[in-house]
Design a protein around this ligand. Structure first.
Ligand code: BDP
Length: 697
């Protein structure tokens, strides 16, 4: 076992009684259609069921006995058509499905019915999941459809196969061998995505290279798109704004220049000759050195609309990122995207989505929701979550991210009164948008286990499940994933689930408790660097964010400070802006607070900070104990992998705790509270530490 099989492991069920029931309930698989997607679904079902049931479940051309799984659409299956499901199917749209226990031609069986082949494929994976997690399937009446239309992975993959903020090896896309060689991994990747309903993939880094739009690369992109298509996975590319100059030979990339517009139209037409169902472009413009409309004194809307016009005749979309902040603006970085984009509400074409990170700074271990959510009712906003753990310990830390994603999705913007959650903004229900999308920055690479850390697979899984239905609880997603990935043995499932559910909070505590943020090492973002200062941009330093001084610590974003709180609707604005009412988890995000300020626990701020940092380390030690207690319940390979990574994590947690407390102590001038572990080294030691050698600490 090396983790390659992800959550799609179909080993024989261990529970004899359940096995007997399933064997009675399922005897054969009947697909009448033979389109590529259906062939894939049928193969998955035959392999999956045969593996789980420990006996061959054959594919039959015709229904021969009770216990058949009958799958298809009314158009490709006479059996499905005979069931008269038209009304029910009308509710599930293009990608949804029904899973029913029903009589088919007088025989009791299980039905997977959908309007499209990909709906059948999604239903297939749902049925397999029910059996993998040992659910009762005798009275199925499932109606399922996605709440968000475009569920997209963003790969930050460069053409040289390095991956920006990737910690799981190199890029999966082997451009050198494409288009001729189709690596089996491409198909396994597409299959894994289909199993959780992900239906789009942006192949290239947002820090884009225009070369991917040349003919040489487009034939390679086409090969990938062809391989992915039967799995319902659409390909998108990042568009470099200056491509007309770099590969088009033009003198400008001004979006209002007719020649530039014509170039993009022609280029886009060409893209569609290779990939007729190409999804569209993702663009990072005017950000961190990327070119954009600012270079020509144009707005973000003028830039986006030029590309939108080019893809519109083909049904494509543009995902235009809101991650824009300028080195020339002295204002709090927190406020910049809002200030730039809000005035443009209503100015974007219908096929443009503005892609907004979950928080206003940058994928911190915890951020309050981005104030743009709820601020642009006329524009479809899409969410960008980071699945890769850039600021969350990268590949060595166990961080289950469903609680982070849920916290943001469930945040109430109050844009249209109480209950205007971020989830409702992005699923289109709040402002009546049809075009809806969600993106996750991928954590996938060439590592044998795909994601570097075995448990990082759970975040890929989570992203897909929440993109399909953001109402599913963190607990339920963890339950499914643990059972499918490891075992149904409750002595394993219960403690491991608990460990996962606490893991994100543990990291917040030992890295950035109480609303602290951006304290990571310079540029690589690995390990602590609260002392980082004097860099080319103030908002790339740690001291900019924590503002520690003799009096206290924290970024004042209230009226007396940057007033970023004013970007939120009431009463959020009041709550965040009030020292008394702000949830403690965001305390230092919005307030500069004296060291002796009384926190909720009754301790003064400095002591509370020390307790949080120490508590984070303790939590990791608890995670280690939990993991040790399940030894022998799963295979040795994966057990040892996780055990080793947890011991690295414990070292890193201590490193964070000690480095941060020693550093902040130079301002607070107070002792580490009695009873807490003292730092192992001096501050100077940590400041000189080269992160490359950290496991030596
Ligand atoms: C930051 C990353 C940087 C990305 C940037 C982005 O540090 O590598 O290019 O976000 O999202 O988190 O564009």
């Amino acid at each position: 076992e090396d983790g390659y099989r992800l959550w799609l492991r179909y080993d024989k069920l261990q529970d004899e009684a359940k096995l007997k029931n399933y064997r009675q309930a399922i005897t054969e698989v009947v697909f009448e259609g033979n389109a590529p997607t259906l062939v894939i679904a049928q193969k998955e079902l035959v392999n999956g069921l045969s593996g789980l049931l420990g006996q061959e479940v054959p594919a039959a051309q015709r229904l021969t006995q009770a216990g058949a799984v009958v799958a298809g659409t009314p158009a490709n299956s006479a059996l499905i058509k005979s069931l008269g499901l038209a009304d029910k199917l009308q509710q599930v749209g293009d990608e949804g499905y029904l899973l029913l226990s029903a009589d088919v031609s007088g025989k009791r069986g299980t039905v997977i019915a959908a309007n499209t082949d990909v709906g059948v494929l999604y239903g297939t994976f749902h049925l397999l999941r029910l059996i993998q997690t040992q659910q009762d399937i005798s009275n199925l009446a499932v109606t399922s459809m996605p709440k968000i239309q475009r569920r997209v992975l963003n790969h930050w993959d460069n053409l040289d196969r390095t991956v920006e903020r990737g910690y799981a090896g190199f890029s999966l896309w082997d451009w050198h061998k494409l288009p001729d060689y189709i690596d089996q991994r491409y198909l396994d990747y597409a299959r894994a995505n289909a199993s959780i309903g992900i239906n789009g993939t942006v192949l290239t880094n947002v820090n884009a290279n225009a070369l991917v739009l040349t003919k040489e690369y487009l034939v390679k992109v086409k090969a990938l798109a062809d391989a992915f298509r039967p799995y319902g996975l659409k390909v998108y590319l990042t568009a470099r704004f200056s491509a007309p100059i770099e590969i088009g030979g033009l003198k400008t990339a001004d979006p209002l220049d007719p020649q530039v517009q014509a170039w993009w139209k022609q280029k886009t037409d060409e893209v569609y000759t290779y990939i007729p169902d190409f999804g569209g472009y993702l663009v990072k413009a005017d950000s961190e050195g990327q070119p954009g409309p600012h270079n020509y004194k144009r707005t973000q809307a003028e830039g986006a609309n030029m590309l939108a016009d080019a893809v519109a005749p083909h049904g494509g979309i543009v995902m235009w990122r809101a991650f824009v902040y300028s080195e020339h603006t002295p204002d709090d970085r927190h406020k910049q995207a809002y200030n730039e984009f809000k005035p443009l509400d209503g100015k974007f074409r219908d096929n443009v989505l503005v892609q907004v990170k979950n928080g206003a700074i940058d994928f911190q271990p915890r951020e309050p929701f981005h104030p743009l959510f709820g601020a642009m009712p006329k524009t479809p906003l899409m969410m960008e979550f980071q699945i890769t753990q850039e600021y969350l310990g990268q590949s060595t830390n166990l961080a289950y991210l469903a609680p982070l994603y849920k916290e943001v999705l469930e945040s109430d913007t109050y844009a249209r009164g109480k209950g205007s959650t971020v989830a409702k903004v992005i699923d289109g229900t709040l402002d009546n948008h049809k075009l809806t999308a969600i993106a996750g920055v991928s954590n996938i690479g060439t590592d044998r286990n795909w994601t570097g850390h075995q448990f990082a697979q759970s975040n890929w899984y989570t992203f897909g499940r929440l993109a399909w239905d953001h109402r599913i609880s963190s607990e339920k997603i963890a339950d499914e994933w643990v059972k499918m990935t490891f075992t149904n043995n409750n002595s394993f499932v219960a403690p491991v689930k608990k460990m996962m559910l606490n893991s994100h909070e543990a990291i917040v505590n030992y890295m950035t408790p109480l609303g602290l943020h951006h304290l990571m090492g310079w540029s690589h973002h690995y390990g602590p660097g609260p002392w980082i200062k004097d860099k080319p941009r103030a908002d790339w330093t740690s001291v900019y964010y924590h503002q520690a001084d003799e009096k206290g610590i924290g970024f004042d974003r209230t009226k007396t400070g940057s007033n970023a709180v004013a970007q939120y609707h009431q009463p959020v604005q009041k709550v965040f802006g009030s020292l008394k009412r702000v949830p403690e988890k965001y305390l230092l995000w919005f307030h500069h607070v004296p060291w002796d300020y009384k926190t909720d626990s009754g301790r003064i701020l400095w002591d509370e900070l020390a307790y949080r940092y120490s508590g984070g380390v303790d939590s990791v030690r608890q995670m280690q104990q939990t993991w040790d207690s399940v030894e022998g319940m799963i295979d040795e390979g994966r057990f040892n992998h996780v055990k080793t990574f947890l011991s690295i994590q414990e070292k890193e947690a201590k490193w964070w705790r000690d480095a941060c407390l020693l550093y902040f102590q130079t301002f607070s001038k107070r002792p580490i509270p009695q009873g807490l572990e003292e730092p192992a080294h001096t501050l100077e030691y940590y400041m000189q530490l080269d992160p490359k050698f950290v496991p030596g600490i």
